[in-house]
Design a protein around this ligand. Structure first.
Ligand code: C2E
Ligand code: CA
Ligand code: CA
Length: 409
């Protein structure tokens, strides 16, 4: 039967991989035992031992694309789980650059030791790149120095007041009124100019600095609402959506801190919408659920961002306290050209109607998308068509036009 993670069966005696060939996958041994043999250039065989269930074999080739360094043969009937180069590349892409660099360097040094055990003059052999050179080239290729520098610089960004927020309005398509705004973080770097969040949020998450940055953002959002209330006391219904990452949720006192900041500001927690991604729900389901429940008890609303792009199981929609789904912008941009995407958007609308969950369409760029969403009963939307994320004074100005003060006599 075809399973998404391919299982491979080998009979006793069968060769699983041969030294020198290019390998496209590694294997996780589920059952059975294998023998690893390395053939030296003088033709002598070097016994590298055996491996059994729980071991990984053939991992080197998928890490650095080099030919297999040994031959592996099944000693017993073996059941192996394939890990493809693509699977691995996807995970590596998302990993911390320091982890990537160190795993790569360990591998390069191991290959170097293998080569040196063959002959002591390998450094002079044609076609062999010195390990120092390949390590340096790899470090350059993954931009590790840049990432480490940026991560270090981010440490002082909050203290030096280099972070600021832009706000993107979220509209009701039918009334043209702004219902809320999404707060999006920006970093005014002294030399690089404005650094977009995609370049610094992952680094801040890795280092844990995101926790401090998110608290700063929450304080700033509450302060903005207080300033807005001072000039527009009629807009009490306007909310702010704030993005939170998995790292924020792992912090034990996340809810207490959230409560402390919001209570201190005097802003009603109902006006704060917490945006999280589906992936977070899959992390530590029970912890995340109790954190979300407590946020909700305080009054905050829970929004699932980029809905439909994660490894979603619809069952979480009723397991978790969710108020709003944000339809990912890739669906919005494809729905007019791709019938299956349109079907997907329709299904999300139907599910949300049945479950009484609100929906917001993200990334609306043209009027045709807004019109179609409206026809599909998705009336709430944000995107460049309405407005790009803008600074606080600009958003206050926009509110004057879209949500004018009702003329009271
Ligand atoms: P996101 O939460 O999905 O935010 C929406 C992103 O889409 C924003 O990018 C926004 O500028 C962009 N966008 C809005 N409308 C359109 C449109 O019509 N077309 C296109 N092409 N893009 C549109 P931005 O501000 O660069 O943020 C990128 C991501 O960084 C965010 O994606 C979010 O995941 C993360 N992020 C931003 N601010 C924060 C924050 O304060 N905390 C955390 N944890 N993450 C944040
Ligand atoms: Ca978001
Ligand atoms: Ca989003």
């Amino acid at each position: 039967m075809d399973t998404p993670k391919a299982e491979k069966i080998f009979k006793a005696g069968e060769i699983i991989m041969s030294q020198g060939e290019l390998g496209a996958c590694a294997y996780f041994i589920q059952e059975g035992r294998v023998k690893i043999v390395l053939e030296k250039s003088d033709g002598n065989l070097l016994d590298m031992g055996t491996r059994g269930p729980g071991s990984i074999i053939g991992e080197m080739a998928i890490v650095d694309n080099q030919p297999r360094s040994a031959t592996i043969q099944a000693l017993e009937p073996c059941k192996l789980l394939e890990i493809t180069k693509e699977d691995f590349a996807r995970s590596v892409k998302g990993a911390n650059p320091i982890v990537r660099l160190i795993s790569q360097v360990i591998l390069m040094r191991y290959r170097d030791i293998l080569r040196r055990s063959e002959t002591l003059t390998m450094d002079d052999a044609p076609g062999i790149v010195s390990p120092e050179k390949s390590e340096r080239e790899y470090a350059e290729q993954i931009n590790v120095v840049e990432s480490i520098k940026l991560a270090n610089e981010f440490k002082v960004a909050i203290a030096r007041g280099q972070l600021f927020l832009h706000y993107q309005p979220i509209y009701s398509i039918s009334t043209g009124r702004i219902l809320g705004v999404e707060a999006l973080m920006r970093w005014q770097h002294p030399e690089r100019g404005i650094v977009p969040p995609d370049d610094f949020i992952p680094l801040a998450e890795d280092s844990g600095l995101i926790i401090e940055a998110s608290r700063w953002a929450l304080r700033e959002v509450c302060a903005m609402l207080t300033r807005l209330d001072a000039i527009r006391p009629d807009l009490q219904g306007l909310y702010v959506s704030i993005n939170m990452s998995a790292t924020d949720f792992e912090e034990r006192n996340f809810v207490d801190k959230f409560n402390e900041i919001v209570t201190e500001s005097g802003i009603a927690a109902e006006r704060i919408h917490i945006e999280i991604t589906e992936r977070l729900l899959l992390k530590q389901p029970t912890d995340v659920k109790s954190t979300l429940d407590r946020c909700r008890e305080l009054g905050a609303k829970i929004v699932i961002d980029d809905f439909g792009t994660g490894y979603s199981s619809l069952s979480y929609l009723h397991r978790y306290p969710i108020d709003t789904l944000k339809i990912d912008r890739s669906f919005v941009s494809d729905m007019r050209n791709d019938k299956s995407v349109l079907g997907l958007v329709k299904s999300i609308v139907t599910i949300s109607e049945n479950m009484e969950i609100d929906i917001i369409a993200e990334g609306v760029e043209v009027v045709e998308e807004a019109n179609l969403l409206s026809q599909l009963h998705c009336d709430t939307a944000q995107g460049f068509y309405f407005s790009r994320p803008i600074a606080e004074p600009a958003i206050f100005e926009l509110l004057k036009q879209s949500n004018p003060k009702s003329s009271t006599s």
